[in-house]
Design a protein around this ligand. Structure first.
Ligand code: ADE
Length: 237
């Protein structure tokens, strides 16, 4: 899977994504990540990429030309035979969730477009963007952090990125429920004891306990997810 990020701050995304599990997956060749500096593609001799908005209003807008040319440089390299999915990260998009991450993890290439200032000229968006996605109902100063969040969530679903294949499946959301509580050594810490059943060595009992904890936790913390889970269970019956 190849991630391409169109951004005005390439060092920000590359520093963030070149560390820890994602950075190691890049080193092993499971995924590739490149940041393309939109500013490198402006035809303006002063390196300008933004201008005032027609009709007035506060703030500047990213212009169509440098965004389009940066996109073309990536699209031409990817070629026609590979799908060119372009994700514009914007608070106006559909809210990102785990199923979206799973679906996107099937692609061979994903191009992320990060906006700044007041946004991007609508004409280039209508020409190149296939998906508009938000990471939540709050506004950030730019699209880099949302793109990094999405890339992290998608990349960890790519085969080989997580060493322990099981952990992607048992974690919160993968089965529509939140994850059960977990404990490590020591057995007693600050007078708090690890639940007895986890020390029993009885795998069937441990599994049943974890499942029950998952259900309880989801019911308490995310009643919306719990309701949805109950509905899917009754549909499956
Ligand atoms: N850009 C600014 N805020 C954003 C958000 N919440 N999601 C995606 N992109 C954004």
């Amino acid at each position: 899977m190849n991630f391409h990020i169109l951004t005005l701050f390439p060092e920000m995304v590359m520093q963030g994504l070149n560390t820890s599990i994602i950075g190691k997956a890049v080193q092993r060749g499971c995924i590739s990540i490149e940041a393309v500096n939109i500013r490198d593609y402006t035809l303006d001799k002063h390196g300008k990429v933004d201008d005032y908005t027609y009709g007035g209003g506060a703030g500047m807008l990213m212009q169509a030309q440098p965004v389009y040319d940066a996109y073309r440089s990536v699209a031409d390299r990817i070629g026609q035979e590979r799908a060119r999915r372009v994700i514009y990260v914007t608070p106006q998009g559909k809210t990102f969730h785990q199923e979206m991450a799973q679906e996107m993890a099937q692609e061979s290439d994903l191009i992320f477009l990060c906006g700044h200032y007041e946004g991007i000229d609508e004409r280039v968006l209508t020409e190149i963007v296939t998906d508009e996605v938000s990471i939540g109902d709050y506004v950030l100063t730019g699209g880099e952090l949302p793109a990094m969040v999405m890339i992290d969530a998608i990349a960890r679903l790519v085969p080989g990125v997580l060493h322990n294949g099981e952990s992607a499946q048992t974690e919160s959301f993968e089965n529509g429920l939140l994850e059960y509580p977990q404990y490590s050594r020591p057995e007693i810490w600050h007078e708090k004891k690890v639940p007895e059943i986890l020390l029993s060595g009885d795998h069937a009992k441990v599994d049943a306990w974890r499942r029950e904890q998952s259900l309880l936790r989801t019911k308490e913390r995310r009643p919306d997810l719990y309701e949805k889970y109950l509905q899917t269970c009754s549909v499956e019956k």
